[in-house]
Design a protein around this ligand. Sequence first.
Ligand SMILES: *Cc1c(COP(=O)(O)O)cnc(C)c1O
Length: 425
Amino acid sequence: MVYEIQGIPISDLAEKYGTPLYIYDGQEISNIFLELKSNITKHLEVFFSLKSNPNISVYNLLKSLGAKAEVSSLTELKTVLMANTDPENIIFLGPGKSEEEITSCIDHSIYAIVCESFQELELINKIASIRKKRARVAIRVNPTFSIKGSRLAMGGKPRQFGIDEEIVFQNLALLKSYENVDIIGIQVYMGTRILDENVICQNTINILKLAVRFSEQTGLALQFVDIGGGLGVPYFSNEEDLNIQKLGEQLSPIINDFKDSFPNTKLAMEVGRYLVAKSGMFVSKVNYIKKSREENFIITDGGTNCHMAAVGIGSFVKRNFPMKNLTNLDEADIDTYNVTGPLCTPNDVVGKNVELSKVQRGDLIGILQSGAYGPSASPGLFLSHGFPAEVLIHSGKHYLVRRRDNSEDIIGKQILVNEKIFHLV
Ligand SMILES: *Cc1c(COP(=O)(O)O)cnc(C)c1O
């Protein structure tokens, strides 16, 4: 017996595509997206944050289900355009937008640029004027309020993101003074990995109040309010799933009431991790097993260079992602292992004291819940291993959606200077 996804043995995929390997279960992505949509009022539009998984085919699946796109770099923008996204369904966000990125947003007439500073606003205005177009802009506000319950809080703190609420309200005239910019509303992002429905609802209430105050004081019609998101998934044994039904029951009336008062306002939520994390499995192969001072070490062909997030996100205590021996499924036959990768650093440990069914050389190890912040958030060039392959499974079929980096991909970008220059002195 080996572990299967949609009836496909992982060992077949490992053989065909090699390891280390990321596998995304398209059925799981669909289920999660459709469950979210069916529980939350249709008045709240879901934008997929490509940051969490920038693979074009993963995005394309979400787009086919009705997701819109939140992008944060020129390449992410090109990704969603290449997948034929209607520019009306794209927003661009991020504290460090380049002139090239802003120009591209304006040229493609995307729905909104989420602006994070007055300097940026000035630049957007200037570029819009040069391109002889108007730019639609939502102001990212760093609010005075914050609420406990996010693993990485953004609100109420000094941050490089957005414009502080106080500064926004002190500069309303300035905000409105840019001739080539239409300010269409606000965006607030309170933090990530929220696992409490009440926190999301309370954040939303606060953000909507802030949006109304913004509209009243600027006199601008509220066309767009983006409530951020931050929906979490549990990684560790002490954490529990968000209850999406409960979230829907509590959040929908808040949104619907607002929509009654502001029927022309588009309401958006940004969701990354929640949509893709559970669908992903990172698969590596055990190259060696050894004992050191009474501890078992398994050395796999892919560690933190492929899956940095497994080291422990935002926590000081090392906790493990759920892991499985995919080759030996006998749960009565257990031992404890440190799971490491091929890097020459003691930090290349993806799991400490993990209980796994007895491991042999050649076994496949799966790290679950790995569909978000995987390869793209890992130091893939460390030891020049390059990035792993990625496979999407859909309707019982598997598709390579990113080929593995080879040596040429890595060395080919380097430039060998002529040896003579070292002998010039
Ligand atoms: C990272 C980020 C997201 C996505 O966060 P998740 O926790 O993956 O859903 C959404 N909006 C902003 C502004 C972000 O920085």
